[in-house]
Structure formats: structure tokens, C-alpha cells
Design a protein around this ligand. Structure first.
Ligand code: WT7
Length: 636
């Protein structure tokens, strides 16, 4: 029996039981056999969820890039590590071998060093999906700098907030990016962001679109000049297992975005292990995850997990609709992709188009299909299974979070029988529990509750950057000695988990995690707005879309409502990003509130979702009369 590679269901159960009976020895064995350590640990795990403090492989030393790059050079130097597929289908795909990648990461690391970057410094990376993005991430890891990747679809103000929160002195960005038939001026966005981020002294600019940009003297430098001159050998900085590897921001239900901090040793072990098993990765596979490296999915399952296994990982610069809706399938055929991992929202969007876009390609190379980011509905699941997998490729519905670092609940393909919309079983080492309203664990099957995890796993985020109290309050205070996920879930008769969605004020739109509070803050900045409340409502393609209830100040009354709607959405786009724009905006006289002044989102959610039959008891509200008028004027 191999703990590292599960091959059938009985083996899964054996491994799972062992992992729960003795998690320390389970993870120790995997860490020992499959990774390169400069020094072994003194202690596998120490933890206390009440502080909270979690340490894996304490005392161990390593560099994650030696595991992702150097150690493959002996046997896989000429194997493709990153297969870059450009936005423009006529531009040649680039095969970056392990040898090339090692060289380019080393050069980039030397560039960073030449700019004064040291171990522990935070480096902001704001790049499109081009090889330099993965290379920059790994270059930081090479020298022990902490990368903070910000998705290049975020606005200037969202970027600036993230830069300032973790005090980055340097940013790696690009002149622009190609997205379908559009060219976006990324450098302009960065320039605007840096007006509010005076701490950034250096910006390294990657040339991609060759758009004209303004280079600020003394701050902005073209990367290629420095890169060409840099040495191509860079000794890896030796890191402690618990040294931070990266920060990645995720929305909270209130307040500013949370900079989740992931550390080195445990994150490496867990992402590599889950990559191997969830995708049943084998040596000659061509693995493709369509996410952006700006999200955790890209960190764990485009960069670190695949490279730690010596895999070939596809990086796609473009969008699924360009030059037409067959692009994904064309790429699968062209590169003979074996594992394909995407989001339900992409599947729903493609399922709306003509079947011919799928059927004209040969997809017989596919062995495993994956989804992530939000619950997948049955219809989308069947479309994916029938037309992409031809009923021959198991679908892994993988549930996890930015905070968990790696996949937590998922089928093991070819082992776990799948059921549409079920993430099925916990991976080895993961101990889920469901909790009731009285914070008691619900035992048995065919039950529903709030999803928590009882025991630490190696890739759990260790803190929120600069705010450990918030980390404790958000994840460890709802239930004693448990990690609270923020999701609800059902456990069926055989013990399979089905995630039912968020139980807090986070809304998942097209697989993007959006907190209501920051959007409301942006709206409230509009001079005509008095107050606002955002809720999600079901949407065919996006899963959820945003519905805003907005009350106006006197100055706003009588103004053209469509103009106001545009201005408000514009404001949201500049403060957060276009993904957070509202689909529907209803102007209301007031918002339903409790006597303590809390907005009753539950009622607003029901109205937006056309579920007005049973609004519950509204008599205890401060202003029950507004509910009726909101209901009568609802945009449904
Ligand atoms: C939230 C985390 C993990 C990478 C992408 C999202 C939802 C995620 C599933 C799934 C149902 C899912 C949860 C979770 N979610 N995967 N397979 N089924 N819901 O990371 O932005 O941190 O969002 O996404 O609600 O809490 P994230």
C-alpha cells in the first residue's frame, strides 16, 4: 500500500483511517519519502486552535523551489514544466522545460536581489497569465521573499489597499495584458494604485503588449534589461518550514480583505499530495487548470502542486470565448490535455453555446475533469460529463478555500463513485464535522449543518497578515477547537458531503469570493447614496449575481435612476473591480432593520430570489412597513 498514491476505494479507506488515527505519523511518512529537506523536523505537529497556533514540521529546513525545480533536473531537465498557451491562437505555444524554468527563476531571483529584496520582504505581483507570473512567484520563493499576488483584474484602489496592507516596497507588473480581443493597460492601473502606495520604491515592468506606458524616473524599470544581465545561478535561501511563503488576499464578510498567510513546509507537502491524488497525476500527463494564478487555485494547482510532482502544467493567457467558444476544447486537443480543472461558471457559460464548439474537437486524451470555486448545479455537471468527458472521465468536484491552501473534500477519481453536486469524501488527513445552531456537533448521516474541520492539516493558513485577532475571531471563535469554514453542508446516507453554500455575508459570483461590506462601502461613497445592502440571487451563468438595495439622500431624489445606477457601478468597478458590479439596483425608501439597527439581509435575500411567500416574522423589525414597498417594487 502506498500512502502517497491512492489507487482504489478500499485503499482510500485504509489510508483515510490511518491518517485520522495518527495524523502525525501519516504526514511524517509522506514528507519524509517524497520531498527534499535540508534538515528534517524536530516535531511533526504542534497545535492549539484556541490561540490559534499551528506548526507543522517545526525545525525543518527547505526551499520549496528546490523541490519544484532543482530536484527534477537529474531526471526531467528536458521535460516541459510550463506549457504556455498565449491569448492569440496564432501565437506559438511555449514549452518551458524544467531546465529553462530553473534558469529563468534563478535569473529573476537575482534581479530581485539586485533591487534589494531580502528574505521576509513582501513583493507584490500584478501580472497577467504569462510565464513571468509563475517565474516571479518562484523567484520570490527562491530567495525567501513573501509573494503577494494580486489578480490583474482588480482595480487600482483594490491593488493599492493590498500593497499597503502588507507593506510591499516593490511590485512586479506589466505594460498591459491581452484578454480576448482586448488589450488592457495594466501599467496605468498600477500608476494610479501607486499614487496611494508611496511605500513602493521600485516597479519592475514586464513587456507583454508593447503599449506605450509612462515610466516614472527612479521608480519604474523594464524587467528585460535587468533580466538579460542577471546571472543564471541563484543559490536557494534555506527556509524554516514555518517561514511564510506567501500572502493571498480573500474577501471577508466585513472590513478590508484578509491577507491569508501560508507557510512553506506544510503547504508544499499538502498541495503536492492532493495534486497527485485528486488528479491521479502520472508522469506523462499534461495537466491544465484554467484558473488565474491570482487566486489560490492557481497558486496551489498551477504552480506549486504540479511542479512539486515534476508535472507539465498548462498556463493559458486568454479567455474561454476567444476567438470562439471552442477555445478550451481546441487547447485540450492541441496539447492532448489529460486533466482539466475549471470553474462551474465557465462550464455554464460554455454549455449555453452551440454543442458543435465541443464536438468538433478530439477530447479523447482527457482522463480527469475537475471543478472548483462554487457548488456545481446538476445541469452543468451533466453537460460536463456528457459532452466533455463523454461519460468516460470522472468529475472531481473539489471543495476548498483560500484559507485551506489545498483541496479538502473531493472524490479520488477512479476510486470514489461520484454523484452530481457532491464533493463526496474528505481527503486523507481532513476531519470534517457538521455543527447545529447550538454549536453542537451533529452525529450520523442524512444531516445538515455548518461545516467545520476538527483537526489541523498541513496547508491551513497560519494567520491573517498583521491581524492575528481577526484570524482567531473569523475562523476559531464560532466553535470551540474547530476551524469554521463559513459554508453549510449536508452529509448524505453514505457519508458524502454536499456543500450548500456560504452561511455568512460572502457571495460567490462566477467563482469569485466577494464580501458584501467592501461593496457597500464603495456604493456609500457616492454622494447621492444614504445607505445600501447587497445580497446574492441565483444567476444562470454566474451562479450568484449581486442585487443592491439602495436608499438615496435628498440630493439623489429626482435624479435619473439609470444614470445613478451607472455611476454606482462605475464606482464599484474602480474601487473593487468590474467583477463586483451589481446586476440589479433597486432604490428603496429604507432598508429593513432590527431594533438594534442591523440590516435584515435574510429578507432582502428572499425578495431578490423571488422567494417572497415566507419572509418569516417581520413584526419585530424597526420598520416593517418598508418590506412591503421593497417587495412591490422588486426587480424580479
Ligand atoms: C469558497 C472559497 C478554493 C479555490 C477557489 C475558491 C466555495 C469552493 C467549492 C465546491 C461548493 C465551493 C465555498 C468556499 N467553494 N469550492 N467544490 N463546491 N462550494 O476559493 O475564493 O477562497 O472561496 O468557495 O463557499 O468557502 P475562495
Amino acid at each position: 500500500m502506498s500512502n502517497y498514491h491512492i489507487k482504489h476505494l478500499e485503499e482510500y479507506w485504509q489510508v483515510y483511517r490511518k491518517s485520522v488515527r495518527n495524523p502525525e505519523s501519516f504526514w511524517e511518512e509522506i514528507a519524509e519519502e517524497h520531498f527534499l529537506w535540508r534538515k528534517k523536523w524536530d516535531n511533526v505537529l504542534s497545535w492549539d486552535f484556541s490561540k490559534p497556533e499551528i506548526k507543522w514540521f517545526e525545525g525543518a529546513q527547505l526551499n520549496i523551489t528546490e523541490n519544484c525545480l532543482d530536484r527534477h533536473l537529474a531526471s526531467r531537465a528536458d521535460k516541459t514544466a510550463i506549457l504556455f498557451e498565449p491569448n492569440n491562437p496564432d501565437e506559438k505555444a511555449e514549452h518551458i522545460t524544467y531546465r529553462d524554468l530553473h534558469r529563468r527563476v534563478s535569473k529573476m531571483a537575482n534581479v530581485l536581489k539586485s533591487q534589494g529584496v531580502k528574505k521576509g520582504d513582501r513583493v507584490c505581483i500584478y501580472l497577467p497569465m504569462i510565464p513571468e507570473l509563475a517565474i516571479s512567484v518562484l523567484a520570490c520563493a527562491r530567495i525567501g521573499a513573501v509573494h503577494s499576488v494580486v489578480f490583474a483584474g482588480f482595480s487600482a484602489s483594490a491593488l493599492s489597499t493590498r500593497i499597503n496592507d502588507c507593506d510591499c516596497k516593490i511590485i512586479i507588473c506589466a505594460d498591459g495584458s491581452f484578454r480576448g480581443n482586448k488589450t488592457l493597460d495594466l501599467k496605468d492601473i498600477v500608476d494610479k494604485a501607486l499614487e496611494n502606495s508611496p511605500g513602493v520604491k521600485t516597479s519592475l515592468v514586464v513587456r507583454r503588449t508593447n503599449t506605450t506606458v509612462v515610466m516614472k524616473e527612479g521608480r519604474d524599470v523594464w524587467l528585460d534589461d535587468l533580466f538579460d544581465k542577471a546571472e543564471d545561478v541563484c543559490k536557494a535561501t534555506v527556509m524554516d518550514a514555518e517561514d511564510p511563503l506567501f500572502i493571498l488576499y480573500t474577501s471577508g464578510s466585513t472590513g478590508k480583505p484578509k491577507g491569508m498567510v501560508h507557510t512553506t513546509g506544510g503547504y508544499m507537502v499538502y498541495t503536492a499530495y492532493t495534486f497527485k491524488n485528486v488528479f491521479q497525476y502520472r508522469e506523462d500527463d499534461i495537466y491544465w487548470c484554467t484558473a488565474d494564478i491570482g487566486w489560490i487555485t492557481g497558486h496551489s494547482y498551477i504552480v506549486y502542486g504540479p511542479l512539486a510532482n515534476g508535472a507539465t502544467t498548462v498556463m493559458f493567457e486568454g479567455v474561454p470565448s476567444y476567438p470562439d467558444y471552442g477555445r478550451f476544447w481546441g487547447i485540450v486537443e492541441k496539447h492532448k490535455v489529460t486533466q482539466f480543472y475549471t470553474a462551474p461558471t465557465a462550464i455554464r457559460a460554455l454549455a449555453k453555446e452551440n454543442l458543435n464548439f465541443v464536438e468538433k474537437y478530439n477530447l479523447s486524451s482527457l482522463k480527469v475533469l475537475g471543478t472548483v470555486g462554487e457548488p456545481i448545479n446538476e445541469e452543468a455537471w451533466h453537460w460536463y460529463n456528457d459532452h466533455v468527458g463523454k461519460k468516460n472521465s470522472p468529475i472531481v468536484d473539489t471543495w476548498w478555500q483560500t484559507e485551506t491552501g489545498g483541496i479538502m473534500i473531493s472524490p479520488i477519481p477512479y476510486s470514489t463513485p461520484t454523484i452530481p453536486t457532491f464533493a463526496t469524501l474528505p481527503l486523507p488527513g481532513i476531519q470534517p464535522a457538521l455543527m447545529d445552531e447550538n454549536a453542537k456537533e451533529i452525529q450520523g448521516n442524512q444531516v445538515e449543518g455548518r461545516l467545520t474541520i476538527k483537526f489541523p492539516w498541513p496547508s491551513i493558513a497560519r494567520t491573517i497578515y498583521g491581524n492575528h485577532d481577526r484570524y482567531r475571531d473569523t475562523y476559531f471563535s464560532a466553535y470551540k477547537d474547530m476551524y469554521f469554514t463559513g459554508d453549510g453542508a449536508r452529509r448524505d446516507a453514505v457519508g458524502y458531503y454536499r456543500i450548500t453554500g456560504r452561511v455568512d455575508d460572502v457571495i460567490i459570483v462566477s467563482g469569485h469570493n466577494l464580501g458584501t461590506a467592501p461593496i457597500e462601502d464603495a456604493i456609500n461613497e457616492h454622494p447621492a447614496v444614504a445607505e445600501s445592502a447587497i445580497v446574492g440571487f441565483p444567476h444562470d451563468i454566474k451562479g450568484n449575481a449581486l442585487y443592491g438595495y439602495i436608499t438615496l439622500k435628498e440630493t439623489g431624489e429626482g435624479r435619473d435612476q439609470d444614470n445613478l445606477r451607472n455611476e454606482i457601478n462605475q464606482l464599484i468597478a474602480t474601487r473593487i473591480g468590474p467583477i463586483a458590479k451589481l446586476d440589479k439596483i433597486q432604490f428603496t425608501e429604507g432598508l429593513p432593520k432590527t431594533r438594534s439597527g442591523k440590516i435584515m439581509r435574510r429578507i432582502l435575500r428572499k425578495i431578490a430570489g423571488k422567494d417572497t411567500e415566507n419572509l418569516g416574522d417581520i413584526s419585530t423589525l424597526l420598520n416593517p412597513e418598508v418590506v412591503k414597498s421593497i417587495k412591490n417594487n422588486a426587480l424580479v
